[in-house]
Design a protein around this ligand. Structure first.
Ligand code: ADP
Ligand code: MG
Ligand code: ZN
Length: 478
């Protein structure tokens, strides 16, 4: 990065909502259905059909707004955004314009240089999505209106981010929040969470913003970072060559890792916005807002802090566990049943997530419930089994759904803590390895591991390793 310039980024995110039905009609919004099978006169834009606002969409907008510190407007307006495109049957998109439902929000992000930083969010408004064009052969295009009228929230940030990394931190934070709230499935690839990045550069100390380019076609966090970094370099080159950055929309080319011009400002649309006469102003009273506020879950940022302050987790562990709501809920249930939070975290991030990944299972469907896992952890804590045997028990429970106590009993996995039994094994091993034992006595300490290992092996992992060590020390002295 060129140190003479400061990077300025503002992001527009389209969040597709997980409601059952569309924003202005009762059609289902299932993904991947037969083209045009999820349509009705309203979403087909047939003359005379009237939109009816989906209350759930409003509820989700309020939720998202509150979770990102917005003020909820008591009265907001839907407008018509007019333009022509074959995937837009009415010739206009219904969107909130002058009076959106949420304004003046913000999010905290973690930055490398500054630690916590506040990023302003200008607004969140509700709107409908357009349909899709299918270019199946070279000569014709088909129109699929299943997606038409799908509810979206558009989240518009202030130009507050100063690097691609800050932009990604903001997006991940927002992504986590909408997933926590359950208002979006969060799939970037399928377009459920779409981001346009506005990027400009200016000389350090300059007050006015530089001219921006708006980057589109960014369907992964990696591409967003790549596109912004490329665009910053490009703009600096243009300026250094004595040129001027022009305001335009640019498409990211994932194969080339570059951006290229799609349309300039001259070609920008005049949308001729005006209030939609088919929809009355939306009124949201105080009681509604407060009811939604009361139902908000604890958010990832709060959990991240609490796991460190109250449960003593490291920032890293707290971050991993709080990043997904289902994981956090599993962990919290587990901590309720086993009091060593650090050990709970280790198992959730280690053995449990490994097994979930290997079997491609969501944590919500995990066969080893918090109850069952706590059963294992409690048996490690009271020395019934070792950590190593515990992994075997875990596998068994995963397969059979039995409790830890059942598995330990049936498979005879109880740790041997009977001194006499361990000593007998140890004596046999010493007898079989006399020369090594003499060397160990003579100071070759590395051999300690060998003897403990042999005892563990002979006991099939069931000897208590601490006791084996103690007994060995005694033998060496005696
Ligand atoms: P539009 O609807 O034309 O895309 P807005 O003016 O509402 O426009 O801005 C959209 C986004 O662009 C916002 O997130 C805003 O923060 C960002 N933005 C505006 N000006 C700049 C700039 N000069 N550099 C970077 N981002 C900018
Ligand atoms: Mg824009
Ligand atoms: Zn419909």
């Amino acid at each position: 990065m060129d140190s003479r310039y400061e990077v300025v980024i503002g992001l527009e995110v389209h969040v597709q909502l997980t409601t059952k039905t569309k924003i202005f009609c009762g059609c289902s919004k299932d993904f991947g259905q037969e083209p045009n099978s999820q349509t009705c006169p309203v979403c087909l834009g047939l003359p005379g059909a009237l939109p009816v606002l989906n209350k759930q969409v409003v509820e989700y907008a309020i939720k998202t707004g509150l979770a990102t510190n917005h003020q909820i407007a008591p009265r907001s307006i839907f407008a018509r955004k007019n333009y022509f495109y074959p995937d837009l049957p009415k010739g206009y998109q219904i969107s909130q314009f002058e009076l959106p439902i949420c304004e003046h929000g913000w999010l905290n992000i973690e930055t490398e240089e500054l630690g916590k930083k506040k990023v302003g969010i200008t607004r969140i408004h509700m709107e409908e999505d357009a349909g899709k064009l299918i270019h199946s052969d070279g000569n014709s295009s088909a129109v699929d209106l299943n997606r038409a009228c799908t509810p979206l929230l558009e989240v518009v940030s202030e130009p507050d981010m100063r690097s691609a990394d800050e932009a990604i931190a903001y997006l991940k934070q927002l992504h986590q929040i909408v997933m926590y709230l359950g208002v979006c499935d969060g799939n970037l690839e399928e377009g459920s969470f779409r981001c346009d990045a506005n990027v400009s550069v200016r000389l350090w100390g300059q007050k006015e913003l530089g001219t921006r380019a708006e980057l589109k076609n960014l369907n992964s966090f990696r591409f967003i970072k790549q596109a912004i970094e490329y665009e910053v370099e490009r703009q600096i080159d243009v300026i250094d060559d004595g040129g001027k950055v022009v305001q335009e929309t640019r498409l990211f080319d994932a194969d080339a890792g570059t951006t290229r011009s799609m349309r300039g400002k001259e070609e920008a649309h005049d949308y001729r916005y005006f209030p939609d006469p088919d929809l009355v102003p939306l009124v949201v009273d105080h009681a509604w807002v407060e009811r939604v506020r009361a139902e908000l879950p604890e958010l990832p940022e709060a959990k991240l802090q609490r796991y460190q302050d109250e449960l003593g987790l490291t920032e890293y562990d707290a971050g991993v566990i709080s990043s997904e709501r289902a994981v956090a809920e599993y962990f919290e249930a587990l901590v309720g049943l086993h009091n060593n939070a650090k050990i709970c975290a280790n198992w959730v991030m280690g053995e449990l997530s490994r097994a979930l990944n290997e079997n491609d299972i969501a944590i919500a469907d995990c066969p080893v419930t918090p109850d069952l896992l706590a059963g294992i952890l409690n048996r490690i804590a009271d020395n019934t089994i070792s950590g190593k045997i515990a992994k075997k028990v875990f596998e068994e429970i995963w397969q059979s759904g039995k409790t830890a106590d059942q598995v330990i009993e049936e498979k005879g996995l109880k740790q041997v803590t009977d001194t006499g039994a361990i000593e007998a094994i140890l004596d046999e091993i010493i007898a079989a390895n006399q020369s090594q034992f003499e060397e160990l006595k003579g100071g070759k300490e590395k051999l300690m591991g060998f003897f403990v290992g042999q005892v563990m092996k002979a006991s099939k992992g069931k000897a208590n390793p601490g006791m084996v060590n103690q007994l060995m020390q005694k033998k060496l002295k005696g």
